[in-house]
Design a protein around this ligand. Structure first.
Ligand code: C5P
Length: 310
């Protein structure tokens, strides 16, 4: 394979996400659950800078607890770089610098954003020249949320969440995110959902859950009306996340009392996403929650997926 002359470094920015709707079906033999979800990329970004190196290494900044992010093959960005190198038969390595803003283990796909950014950055650094479709295929092998971080915007995800179809969303939606110091493990939350469903016998005799994104969710996104979207926000993982972290229910209540239209746990949590009627109200909600000792962030969506900055 011939590689074009390449830059010294490539800086890519990829967004975190909120699941505006998350329906979880049955668990398959591979351990993954069938999903019907709507992702929205929001203005909270991971920055990944890739530089030429003989081998593969990662440095991370922007995290309080340095031990929270592995720097070896457990890191999804490292796996992304190595997967691309193998697919492109590239013989060198890369030094990845990751500047984190998306909370670690927060249910916002921060690790997936790192992986998507690493794919795009290494592709440009090494002059691999893979198509977006080829990068998508590699992204899906890395994790269920990685393809969405590549594409961004608003999209319906099916399968494990990795089969994407763009959804029309008009205008901008304002969210206040309440992050937690301590993360929640995604497999633990999915496992808790299975246990809760087993207890209820919910899936025992019932026909398989109908796994589709309800039309009102898509209509609300198309309308651009946050009031409409607020009525359709839903997350099947919420009960399981709240079981693990009962305080999340209090945070949602507090947010709504402060002026948000509605709130949900984002993905597998523990980040709580509060939808607001507009930017001014979101700022108000943010300052009220801050006074209550929480750590709220005002973001908006949809925003684009992984993009080269320089
Ligand atoms: O794909 P990702 O690495 O983000 O998934 C982490 C874990 O979350 C999986 O190992 C699985 O336990 C759970 N998961 C699931 N069903 C999905 C996505 C994730 O059970 N569709």
């Amino acid at each position: 394979m011939i590689f074009a002359t390449s830059p010294e470094s490539v800086h890519v920015r990829a967004p975190g996400k909120i699941n505006v709707f998350l329906g979880v079906g049955e668990r398959h033999e591979d351990g993954y659950h069938a999903l019907a979800t709507v992702f929205q990329a929001v203005s909270l970004y991971e920055d990944v800078i890739a530089r030429h190196a003989d081998d593969f290494s990662i440095t991370v900044s922007g995290v309080d607890d340095a031990d929270a992010v592995p720097l070896d093959d457990r890191n999804l960005a490292m796996r992304a770089a190595k997967l691309l190198a193998t697919a492109a038969e590239y013989r060198g390595g890369v030094a990845l610098e990751i500047r984190k803003n998306v909370p670690v283990a927060g249910g916002m796909g921060g690790g997936s954003a790192d992986a998507a950014a690493a794919l795009v950055a290494c592709d440009a650094l090494w002059g691999t020249g893979f198509s977006l479709a080829r990068l998508h295929e590699l992204a899906a092998r890395l994790g269920a949320d990685v393809p969405f971080a590549l594409h961004g915007g608003t999209a319906v995800g099916t399968g494990r969440g990795d089969q994407l179809n763009p959804a029309l969303a008009r205008g901008r939606f304002d969210w206040v995110l309440v992050t937690s110091d301590e993360g929640l493990s995604t497999p633990v939350v999915y496992g808790r959902l299975d246990a809760l469903r087993d207890e209820e016998g919910a899936l025992a005799d019932d026909p398989p859950l109908s796994l589709e994104v309800p039309i009102p969710v898509l209509q609300a996104l198309r309308s651009g009306d946050p009031h409409q979207l607020a009525e359709t926000l839903f997350n099947d993982l919420q009960a399981a996340a709240v079981y693990e972290r009962p305080d999340l229910a209090d945070t949602i209540r507090l947010g709504v009392r402060a002026g948000a239209l509605h709130g949900i746990v984002s993905g597998s949590g523990p980040t709580v996403a509060l939808l607001c009627a507009g930017p001014e109200i979101a700022q108000e909600v943010q300052s009220i929650l801050r006074e209550s000792g929480l750590d709220p962030l005002h973001v908006h969506g949809p925003v684009p997926g992984a993009r080269i900055i320089s």
